[in-house]
Design a binder for this molecule. Structure first.
Ligand code: ARG
Length: 468
């Protein structure tokens, strides 16, 4: 059987039905160059232990580079009979180097430790790409915040008007979860940078190869402590799938808001023509499709994570072929985010905020009632009573169709003797926002501090993630 890695103990070749089911080259081909890098590293370890002469090592490495070129040019492709990328590449290597040298590469290595390493290399590379894309989005949010340092909007809880806040404060509230996603990628990468190479099929190798050589060659930190764990576990894959899902969920929450804010009823934002879509029938339409796709694709990312977790549940030690099912969900999550993030960032960077409308609505819905209560506290009224008095004022204004600053002095006095004309001084959205200058608050000075802190944190993470 052309390219088969086993056969000695079998009297017949595999059935066509088995081959059709077993085959993974249609998706694991993206690991081909990682496989070549792994093979280079393994060959180096074999030579260091005396299993390849210097001349053989040279042939091996040169042949692997020739194979890499053939792969890139499309000259080397998978055959129907190749089970997976690993067996295909061994076939390709032997075709170039001859079986005398190429046939030595598999010593002390199994596809089990090989695949467990390659998926880590793939994820580490894409973690940097995704990290870079996430930083671009954080930068876009930060730039919008910096461009609107004084704009005030209605802050909401339960989707109801709550208290006025700075638009910049609100935008940065979407940036911080993404900063934590970067931190998650950084923390995860420490666990991911462990090399399963040397674990063999499950029990380790008797050949005395130095797995640290392989780890060093692959820019991984150290070999795995336990060969059974290294070949059988995929928690590092599940964790990566979780982080990509969470990034998707964080985009989805922003997306939902943008969709709402772009409605006529809200009228808070206008989408840039380049980042919105029209309708095939309704000429007036301008639709937030990027945001909707972000919301939709977050479901897909969650599905990839759930599917992977379900695959892992109940697997006995050590390697089982079920583990082959780890790849497609992770590849899909990576591809999804790498297309979604740049589009999403473009949409955020080009959004126009209708700050006049936001400012007009900010004090409405009695959103300054808390300011009345806190003003009363500063006059020496107990908060319990202050809350009650402010509530009475809201009820009075609601029944008379007034805003909180509009009753006469006499009307204030009928609500409570503690309410005097002076209270009107705190009854502006601007005054309310400026007064909230405690840690993390919405006052412009605090938000400026926050923006500086965010920028610094992102700078550190850029460095820690090895992103340029
Ligand atoms: N293609 C397999 C995977 O993705 C690796 C090969 C291991 N196969 C085996 N029969 N031990 O997990």
């Amino acid at each position: 059987e052309a390219g088969a890695l086993w056969g000695g103990r079998f009297t017949s070749g595999p059935s066509p039905e088995l081959l059709a089911l077993s085959k993974s080259t249609q998706f694991d081909w993206v690991l081909a160059e990682y496989d070549i890098n792994g093979s280079r590293a393994h060959a180096t370890a074999l030579a260091a232990a005396g299993y390849l002469t210097q001349a053989e090592l040279t042939i091996m490495l040169d042949s692997l580079e020739t194979l890499r070129e053939q792969l890139r040019s499309g000259e080397f492709v998978a055959l129907e009979s190749d089970e997976d990328v690993h067996s295909a590449l061994e076939r390709g290597l032997i075709a170039i180097s001859g079986v005398e040298v190429g046939g030595k590469l598999r010593a002390g290595r199994s596809r089990n430790d090989q695949i467990a390493t390659l998926i880590r290399l793939y994820m580490l590379d894409h973690a940097r790409i995704i990290g870079h894309d996430v930083i671009d989005l954080i930068d876009a949010l930060a730039a919008q915040a910096a461009a609107h340092p004084h704009a005030i909007m209605p802050g909401r809880t339960h989707l109801q008007h709550a208290q006025p806040v700075l638009l910049a404060h609100h935008l940065l509230a979407h940036a911080w979860p993404l900063v934590r996603d970067l931190e998650r990628l950084r923390d995860w990468s420490i666990r991911a940078a462990v090399s399963p190479y040397g674990s063999g099929a499950l029990a380790g190798s008797s050949l005395g190869l130095d797995p640290q050589i392989v780890a060093d060659e692959l820019s991984l930190s150290s070999p795995a402590e336990n060969s059974i764990d290294a070949t059988a576990s995929r928690d590092v894959v599940a964790e990566f799938a979780f982080i990509t899902s969470l990034i998707g969920i964080n985009l989805s929450r922003q997306a939902e808001e943008i969709i709402m804010w772009a409605t006529r009823e809200f009228g808070f934002v206008t989408l840039h023509d380049g980042y919105s879509t029209g309708s095939s029938i309704m000429p007036q339409k301008k639709n937030p499709d990027i945001a909707e796709l972000a919301r939709g694709k977050s479901g897909r990312l969650i599905g990839n994570l759930s599917g992977l977790l379900a695959t892992l549940k109940g697997l006995p030690l050590a390697y089982n072929r079920d583990l082959q099912e780890d790849k497609e969900p992770v590849f899909d999550s990576v591809n999804t985010l790498e297309v979604l993030l740049p589009a999403f960032t473009g949409m955020v960077a080009t959004l126009t905020y209708n700050t006049d409308r936001m400012a007009e609505l900010a004090p409405q819905g009695f959103s300054l009632a808390t300011d009345v209560a806190e003003w009363l506290v500063k006059q020496g009224v107990a908060f319990r009573d202050a809350h009650e008095i402010s509530g009475d004022l809201v009820r009075f204004c609601e029944s008379t169709g007034l805003e909180l600053h509009q009753p006469t002095d006499a009307e204030y006095a009928t609500v409570s003797p503690h309410l005097t004309a002076v209270v009107r001084g705190v009854l502006t959205a601007k005054g309310s926002v400026e007064s909230r200058d405690g840690a993390g608050g919405t006052a412009p000075v605090r938000v400026a501090d926050q923006l500086a802190a965010l920028t610094e944190r992102v700078r550190e993470l850029t460095f820690a993630l090895g992103i340029d």
